[in-house]
Ligand binder design. Structure first.
Ligand SMILES: CC(C)(COP(=O)(O)OP(=O)(O)OC[C@H]1O[C@@H](n2cnc3c(N)ncnc32)[C@H](O)[C@@H]1OP(=O)(O)O)[C@@H](O)C(=O)NCCC(=O)NCCS
Length: 143
């Protein structure tokens, strides 16, 4: 049975295994948890029987006009069962007050996002692959 959660309390890195499929230098489960905790909005798909997160979506916002959805992923064994669509529906509902809701995707995924009323656009990006596993947190020296 899949439940959908909009909080990350009680989630542990051990419950976040298997994500970032195909990423050469993926964030660790510990870093993944930080990403979830630091996002303005998050929805998790939780498999009650397996006791693990099987899908997630995040959003960051300015709290006024704009929201951006950086990450949506469903574990391979759970794909094609409507989990990604439910995550997307729930996130768009959480973001319904915003003027702009943006995300980037490959062309083959445009029909998936079009189902939710999204339209194609052009954009510009930077990708620093040496930082794909996450920004380094520097410890501040005393004084
Ligand atoms: C995209 C993704 C989140 C969809 O999750 P899901 O749980 O499989 O989605 P649903 O079951 O709700 O819907 C599946 C539909 O999306 C379509 N779809 C999923 N991935 C697709 C892809 N890579 N290209 C084209 N269509 C895709 C399927 O064809 C399916 O269509 P159907 O309902 O007509 O059969 C999931 O495939 C995934 O995690 N992919 C890897 C990560 C990724 O690409 N994330 C998106 C980054 S922008």
């Amino acid at each position: 049975m899949i439940h959908y959660l909009d909080f990350t309390e009680d989630i542990t890195p051990e419950q976040l295994q298997g994500f970032f499929q195909g990423w050469p230098n993926p964030p660790s489960p510990e870093t993944h948890l930080r990403i979830l905790q630091n996002s303005d909005e998050v929805v998790l798909a939780w498999d009650e029987d397996a006791g693990r997160v099987v899908g997630f979506i995040t959003a960051i916002t300015d709290g006024v006009l704009a929201a951006y959805i950086p990450l949506l992923e469903v574990l391979p064994a759970y794909q094609g069962q409507g989990v990604g669509s439910e995550l997307m529906r729930r996130m768009l509902a959480r973001l319904e007050a915003y003027y702009m809701v943006d995300l980037l995707c490959d062309a083959d995924l445009q029909p998936f996002y079009a189902r939710f009323g999204m339209t194609p656009a052009t954009g510009m990006i930077i990708r620093r692959y040496d930082r794909q596993s996450g920004r380094q947190i520097r410890s501040t020296s005393p004084g």
